[in-house]
Write a protein that binds this ligand. Sequence first.
Ligand SMILES: *[C@@H]1O[C@H](CO)[C@@H](O)[C@H](O)[C@H]1NC(C)=O
Ligand SMILES: *[C@@H]1O[C@H](CO)[C@@H](O)[C@H](O)[C@H]1NC(C)=O
Ligand SMILES: *[C@@H]1O[C@H](CO)[C@@H](O)[C@H](O)[C@H]1NC(C)=O
Length: 236
Amino acid sequence: MKSHVILLCLGYVLLTSAHSIHNKEWTKLILTHHWPQTFCSMEHCTTNFTYWTLHGLWPNSGAECNASWHFNASLIEDLLPEMKIFWPNLLKPESTIFWKHEWTKHGTCAAKAEAMNTQHKYFSKALELYHKLDLDGILRKSNIVPSETYYKLTDLENSISSSYGVTPKIQCVSEQKQTDFQILGQIEICFDKQFQLVECEHSREELQSQSNSFHTGFTVCDISVPVYYPPLGSSL
Ligand SMILES: *[C@@H]1O[C@H](CO)[C@@H](O)[C@H](O)[C@H]1NC(C)=O
Ligand SMILES: *[C@@H]1O[C@H](CO)[C@@H](O)[C@H](O)[C@H]1NC(C)=O
Ligand SMILES: *[C@@H]1O[C@H](CO)[C@@H](O)[C@H](O)[C@H]1NC(C)=O
């Protein structure tokens, strides 16, 4: 009798702790930009985008928080023209599957905040933050433009952190056969629940220990390796 109770309790503890891990409340939002030329060199697509496009707006904890909340493109019909320009599906430009994935995996978790508790609010908020950041403009202002010459990672970091006051997380692709440079791929900027800019991670060690990448191949850039910011049409 007693052991039954203990087993039941143990089962309950295991269940509730699994439940709370799954539902751990998020504290930050990660706005992820990707560089289309690099993405397409990895995924074998062709692109003509000459600016950083939006990859997603991701809570730092949780995924697929509500499986019954289905993506419905007709709820964001008015946003679609803008999304095709700034949040394009680089693989299948005419498909909505990329946004569906972003909603199901990340949006349903972001939706716990009132400011993003509908599909329209979630996608609008991501576009709003993307425009507010103007990553292309920020880099250009520091003369960091796609180029055949390499940059130092710290030049990129300094450009971004001096504009926003927070350190970004910058991810690169390293090709095994190439050790003399790494290719710039993704830039993450973080916000708190009030949509104020915050550090993505607290230390360089923390930054490097994380590789929360959707596409395999992106890792946090190595500070000691030159960074290639590939122009459109360059062969990688
Ligand atoms: C890319 O090409 C498509 C079709 O070829 C065109 O509609 C679009 O405006 C182009 N985008 C850019 C950024 O030049
Ligand atoms: C999940 O989504 C459905 C459909 O929108 C909604 O009715 C339900 O309240 C949501 N559940 C939670 C826990 O948010
Ligand atoms: C999608 O949303 C529209 C507009 O609210 C609605 O009419 C339609 O039934 C929804 N479609 C699905 C599959 O839920």
